[in-house]
Write a protein that binds this ligand. Structure first.
Ligand code: ATP
Ligand code: MG
Length: 573
């Protein structure tokens, strides 16, 4: 491709609302443009990135035996009502009525569609296992679309769905997808790590996420790793061994209400009452689907809202407003406690349940209660793990390790769905004995538009993008310094044709621009290899060959360029 024949509108400055370096580079490099919040248009360079990454995904999915299909984005609301997710999808789902007044939705995922597709038609165990996938547009009206392609409202996903007759067979199918995912990310030059994750609104029994670890503020997920074993989990899911066990009193003491003037925060209360934060229980007020809930965790811990939400089976969970806190506890924020709460469900973390003689809020302004004991002084509706794992906690998997936090971007995930959708939508088969069974399902996503942008958080420098070679829009950029010069152009054309004939993707910057402009643009769009053709080297029959990620260039005779480019590409990521 010649620069003059394609459309690469590079920008000197990134628009002010692009926070992340990867988002800025996508805009500045002429890869994407924004049409509306969370809605982007993919320009010719981006289209090639999408095509390249999609092809890697396709190859590996096909190699794993999955079959490519395409399902519609538009979908009748009925099947979402049947699965129960019409309720739980909430405002993230775009909904509308068609001209016949039928309720329709735009799919943000396709479990309902694919289950409807196979139900009644896949009837025998002989037709299983099966895996269907697509690379398709998704729509989610994300509450906070941001970071460009990283969290869009319209985006492209690869989604696959497996169907199995038995648990053993499902384990094999799941393993094949996990394996395919490692191959995909490795081939794309993006190292992804597999971590345990929460199953969220998807349902099912277990799930994993594939994370691209970054040091920048782009990592929306916190991942806990063990420093000794291979434990890795999203912080939403992570469990831990408590490193701060307080020494407990042997006897229960008498409960007492004490004044704590001006002390509302944990720091203030521990200071005022001279107790360790591990001897104090925070009572946090939430509204779960409109009902008030009190969640109690130990003073030194943070609450994990996902664990709370799962424990309640809630669809919407929000912190109570100061007014709601006042309404349900009769006190301002900072003084909530379990004693005397009426019509409020109380959930207690096990680290609180094991305490003796602890401190809680008194549901009265500037008062706390000391020497409180669970069961004697109040009852929990449920004792359940509600604590967020933190760095330096003990590893839940091995005796020796400590947890370490890293931030990452989720580029893919795999869910064990079990029979949630086959049950809700009636996807059944006859087993070997002729008995009717529900199909066991899995679902597997990869962000086709998110992943390449995520890669740029790591693969860039202060001049621009440095693409991994397998997802770069072109491998090589040729820059003839003077396109008007016949000798230079002859060499440029020969190199261009030779490289294309060798099956390599080439972009030639044939514009009549100053060398500085061309070099800046070349660094910005980030093709892995650059060939510069100038008078000085060309008079000895040479051109300059340089990797985008390296400083030095090599002089290569025009006739040897194909071999030299292949050799250079070989050692690049
Ligand atoms: P997240 O936690 O980041 O919202 P998710 O759990 O909602 O992701 P899935 O529904 O499993 O993600 O989607 C599969 C993949 O699609 C994700 O791993 C991610 O790569 C991509 N993806 C999800 N939401 C978006 C989005 N809003 N914009 C771009 N890509 C997305
Ligand atoms: Mg999401």
């Amino acid at each position: 491709m010649r620069w003059s024949q394609t459309y690469i509108p590079t920008l000197r400055e990134a628009p002010a609302d692009a926070e992340l370096i990867s988002h800025q580079l996508m805009l500045r490099g002429g890869y994407i443009r924004k049409l509306a919040s969370g809605v982007y248009l993919y320009l010719p360079l981006m289209q090639r990135v999408i095509d390249k990454f999609s092809q890697i995904v396709r190859d590996e999915m096909n190699a794993a035996g999955a079959l490519e299909i395409t399902m519609s984005v538009l979908c009748p609301a009925e099947i979402w009502q049947e699965s129960g997710r019409y309720e739980t999808a909430g405002k993230e789902q775009m909904r509308m009525k068609d001209r016949r007044n039928h309720e329709m939705v735009l799919c943000g995922t396709h479990e309902e569609s694919v289950t409807t597709l196979i139900k009644g038609e896949v009837k025998s165990y002989r037709q299983l296992p099966m895996n269907l996938y697509q690379i398709q547009v998704k729509f989610r009206d994300e509450i906070r679309p941001r970071f460009g392609l990283m969290r869009g409202r319209e985006f492209i996903m690869k989604d696959a769905y497996s169907f199995d007759a038995t648990e053993e067979s499902f384990e094999v199918s799941y393993g094949k997808m996990v394996n395919a995912y490692f191959n995909i990310f490795r081939r794309a030059g993006i190292e992804a790590v597999k971590v345990e994750s929460d199953t969220g609104a998807m349902g099912g029994k277990a799930a994993h996420e594939f994370m691209f670890l970054v040091d920048t503020n782009a990592g929306e997920e916190v991942i806990m790793f063990c420093d000794k074993c291979d434990y890795a989990a999203n912080s939403e899911k992570a469990t831990f061994v408590d490193p701060n066990k307080p020494t407990l009193d042997t006897e229960m003491k008498g409960m007492e209400t004490v004044d704590t003037p001006g002390a509302a925060t944990i720091e203030e209360v521990t200071f005022f009452l001279k107790v360790e934060s591990t001897r104090l229980a925070k009572t946090l007020m939430y509204m779960a689907d409109g009902e008030p809930v009190a969640a109690m965790i130990r003073g030194d811990r943070d609450l994990n809202e996902i664990k709370l939400k799962n424990a309640l089976g809630a669809i919407e969970l929000e912190m109570a407003t100061p007014d709601q806190v006042q309404q349900y506890t009769s006190a301002p924020v900072g003084f909530a406690g379990p004693i005397g709460l009426k019509e409020v469900k109380i959930l207690v973390d096990p680290l609180v349940a094991e305490l003796k003689n602890f401190v809680v809020g008194a549901n009265e302004n500037e008062k706390h209660i000391v020497n409180v004991n669970i069961d004697r002084d109040f009852k929990a509706d449920l004792v359940v793990d509600l604590s967020l794992a933190a760095g330096e906690d003990g590893c839940p998997n091995c005796d020796a390790g400590q947890l370490i936090c890293k931030s990452g971007i989720e580029v893919g995930n795999t869910f064990m769905l079990g029979t949630k959708y086959s049950d809700a939508l009636g996807a059944k088969f006859l087993d070997e004995k002729g008995a009717e069974q529900l199909i066991i399902m899995g679902s597997y996503g990869i962000g086709i538009t998110r992943t390449p942008q995520a890669a740029l958080e790591k693969y860039c420098d202060d001049k621009g993008i440095i693409w991994p070679k397998s997802i770069a829009p072109y491998l090589v950029e040729i820059i003839p310094l003077k396109p008007g010069d016949q000798t230079q152009m002859e060499a440029a054309e020969k190199i261009y044709n030779d490289l294309e004939a060798a099956g390599l993707d080439v972009l030639m910057d044939d514009r009549e621009e100053r060398p500085g402009v061309k070099f800046n643009d070349a660094d910005l769009i980030g093709l892995p290899i650059r060939i510069t053709i100038g008078d000085k080297s060309l008079k000895d029959g040479n051109v300059e060959l340089k990797a985008r990620c390296e400083k030095d260039f090599a002089l290569v005779p025009v006739g040897d360029i194909v071999g030299a480019v292949k050799q250079l590409a070989e050692r690049l990521n």
